[in-house]
Design a protein around this ligand. Structure first.
Ligand code: ACM
Length: 764
């Protein structure tokens, strides 16, 4: 009996395998971003063609329609309804047993594609995964999809992208395109930054001057804010979204399971509104809509006119947006005018407030209560913690993670958007030819490596981390192309942080999936940045330089003599020893085809290389570069990107750095490099102390750093003090570098601790 069963089984298998081998089918290996919780490839494939039938349960109107529309676009516009008889079908099936409200299960078999979900959102995300399994453009009558099983659900319930439309404004069609891309990546919250100093962008029916005055500025800063003297484009700039347009965008987003959170900034970033209605301000003077970037002193005054205005504005906003949340800003609200204003001071006294910080908190709590009466909750930037946090506010932590940690410990919900990992207005490559950006350095891999759950949180506190958000501030993005260049592909990396389980996060795999995804972005006409074929360099512990690239099946060729590599250059197979000054130039090749940009790294074999270094504080987690050794590794950091692997960032710490030479060393010159970018709260120290140890004792000196407005302060020390010590051998160098201190009033980040950024200490 057993033998007969075996024989029949073998016969069936033979027949099956014969039918399969009669035609050759190319199956793409499945590649989905964000990576699903689990994906298992099975034997066989499903064939999609014009006779495939399709059905979705009534619980899934949006998911079903979205997939139907997609089939239409692919040229399959007359699929049959599946009626339980056909043997080649796609079915979105309601299943109450799926646990997760946004999760789904998908099984692709040779006969059918069966999707189970409990909600339209879950089915919609299954549809997004399925679409990524289909070819981008269909030019065939039949499409083959590999048999597989996917079980999927999101890691975080808040998966957001922000867009600033005040600094620059973008057409409704673009907002929809941005939302479409978010939907593809299973993101579910669009944070629309609608008001700021440089323009008010939402129609408010009760206040016509918001449309006539606050929506336009007379000129716009040209070039970078740090370039002085400032130059301007004097063309009037602006516009606003009508309430009808807003409704249209909301409906478009809703059909993609995206909630839109409007941001109406208060009490700071209010200059455009005050320009239209000067009585809302505290300074008793006319102001214009801001024409350059930064933080301005103009702030709403706590007078009856302001509260009435903001309540009326929020009435219209709350009625327009179905979002359970309204964002009320709260960031960067300078207290200067309140300190000087009789009205503000009287308000502080009459309401028993301690100071201007409690006044800021009063504003936030007032509007939290007001919006609660309309069934809305508030979100605010982490400054809303200052002066006391509103009870039910959700905190968006942008100045690092501390705001989120403090808020979650108090029991408030938090959303993680730290500048270090989530600010897509930062540079993404250290290539000097990158288009102008605000500063910073946030390459794709750093976004991908973001851990939104800080070690400081545990148990119940962790449940308050709702999720993550990427922020796109548009001071330096005047066009939609530029927004796309900055947002993509970093948005894809963040989508995996937001959606995929930690154990599924694998940067190498992501990059290879991204390579598959790029033609899909091309088809969507998204002008993404392509740094896919970058070469990474790493100096290992044996003082050898390692090169790598993330995409598979490519080779790296390199030179060390400064010439450009070509197809005859050495193929990189093992690390390159670093024993003298050299320049490594390298290029990725796919067969003979060069890909991506030329990689170039200069090495300076100075006297500090190979010495032993200690620093009294570890660098800040977000800016830890290559650790202390990175300061004497022979590699100088970027002159324009303080977030690269060479710069170390310290927030408020006074530093003591000790460099011990392996053997007595003659020292003629010491060069220190500090980053100086007050706009990003980074200040070079005012002075530092230097001690050199010899057998005969120490020589010490205090070095004053001249004030500059350069990005980079390079300071060479070869003082007179070395005179007479020419023959002296040194054992140890000690550097005492005090932090700049508190950022002064009037500067960006006033009142916060300054950052110190230091890179290579070059010893000659
Ligand atoms: C912010 O970047 N000012 C929230």
């Amino acid at each position: 009996m057993l033998q007969r069963i075996l024989l029949i089984t073998i016969l069936i298998l033979t027949v099956l395998s014969c039918t399969k081998t009669t035609r050759h089918v190319d199956l793409k290996s499945p590649s989905i971003i964000p990576a699903p919780q689990s994906l298992q490839v099975n034997d066989g494939y499903f064939t999609f063609h014009e006779n495939t039938s399709f059905r979705f349960d009534p619980e899934f109107p949006m998911a079903g329609k979205f997939l139907l529309d997609h089939f239409d676009k692919m040229g399959f516009d007359e699929l049959n309804d599946y009626d339980d008889k056909e043997d080649n079908y796609i079915y979105l099936k309601f299943n109450e047993e799926i646990d997760s409200t946004e999760g789904y299960r998908m099984k692709i078999d040779p006969e059918r594609i069966l999707i189970h979900a409990r909600t339209d959102a879950g089915a919609f995300y299954a549809v997004q995964s399925l679409i990524q399994l289909f070819p981008i453009l269909n030019d065939k009558d039949e499409i083959h999809l590999p048999a597989l099983t996917i079980e999927d659900e999101p890691r975080f319930k808040y998966r957001g992208m922000h867009l600033d439309v005040s600094r620059h404004m973008f057409p409704v069609a673009f907002i929809k395109k941005y939302i479409d891309a978010m939907a593809m990546l299973k993101m579910n919250n669009f944070h629309w930054h609608l008001t700021d100093d440089q323009g008010w962008r939402i129609e408010i029916k009760q206040y016509s001057k918001l449309q006539e005055v606050a929506a336009y500025r007379d000129s716009t800063l040209l070039g970078h804010y740090n370039d002085t003297p400032h130059k301007y484009n004097t063309t009037r700039y602006g516009g606003y979204y009508t309430q009808d347009e807003v409704r249209e965008v909301i409906a478009f987003a809703k059909a993609r399971h995206i909630n839109i959170i409007p941001e109406i900034e208060l009490p700071g970033h209010a200059q455009a509104a005050i320009a239209a209605y000067p009585e809302l301000g505290c300074a008793n003077k006319d102001v214009n809509v801001a024409t350059e970037w930064g933080v301005f002193d103009n702030i709403y005054c706590p007078n009856p006119e302001t509260f009435e205005f903001l309540e009326n504005v929020l009435d219209e906003v709350a009625a327009l947006f179905p979002s359970p949340y309204i964002h009320i800003g709260g960031d960067e609200a300078p207290k200067t005018q309140w300190k000087q204003s009789v009205i503000a001071q009287r308000f502080i006294k009459e309401n028993g407030l301690k100071d201007e910080y409690e006044l800021q908190s009063y504003f936030i709590k007032h509007f939290e209560k007001y919006l609660a009466s309309k069934g809305k909750k508030i979100i605010g930037w982490d400054e809303i913690l200052e002066g006391g946090l509103a009870k039910d506010a959700t905190v968006m932590s942008w100045r690092g993670m501390q705001g989120a940690i403090d808020a979650a410990k108090k029991g408030n919900d938090v959303i993680m958007t730290p500048t270090s990992h989530c600010y897509f207005d930062y540079y993404q490559s250290d290539d000097e030819n990158e288009p102008l950006a605000i500063g910073g350095f946030l390459p794709l891999e750093k976004v991908y490596g973001f851990n939104p759950i800080p070690d400081e949180l545990s148990g119940e506190e962790i449940t308050h981390v709702l999720g993550v958000q990427g922020n796109v501030w548009t001071e330096y993005m005047p066009t939609t192309d530029q927004v796309e260049y900055m947002a993509f592909p970093r948005m894809l990396a963040l989508s995996e942080v937001a959606w995929s389980p930690v154990e599924k996060r694998d940067y190498n795999l992501f990059v290879n999936n991204l390579e598959v995804m790029l033609p899909r972005l091309d088809a969507m006409d998204i002008k993404y940045a392509n740094h896919l074929y970058v070469i990474e360099g790493n100096l290992n512990e044996d003082q050898e330089y390692e090169l790598s690239t993330k995409t598979l099946g490519k080779e790296i060729r390199y030179t060390t003599d400064g010439t450009e590599p070509n197809t005859n250059s050495t193929i990189y197979e093992s690390p390159i020893p670093f024993k003298e000054n050299m320049i490594v130039k390298a290029q990725v090749f796919d067969n003979a085809q060069p890909l991506g940009r030329l990689f170039s790294q200069e090495f300076l074999y100075h006297k500090g290389v190979g010495a032993t270094i200690t620093i009294n504080h570890p660098p800040h987690k977000s800016y830890s570069g290559s650790g202390a050794n990175g300061l004497i590794n022979g590699i100088v950091g970027s002159d324009t990107r303080y977030g690269d692997k060479e710069w170390l960032g310290f927030w408020g710490d006074d530093l003591e750095i000790e460099i011990a030479f392996d053997e007595p060393t003659e020292v003629n010159e010491i060069q220190l490099r500090f980053y100086h970018a007050p706009g990003q709260w980074i200040y070079s120290p005012k002075s530092y102390d230097l001690h050199l140890e010899t057998k005969m004792g120490r020589i010490s000196d205090r070095v004053f750093i001249p004030k500059g407005n350069e990005n980079l302060i390079t300071y060479k020390y070869n003082s007179e003090r070395f005179k007479g010590y020419e023959d002296m051998m040194f054992y140890k160098l000690e550097l005492i570098i005090p932090n700049y201190g508190t950022i002064p009033d009037g500067a960006q980040g006033a009142g916060n601790k300054a950052w110190t950024f230091i890179d290579e200490i070059i010893i000659k």
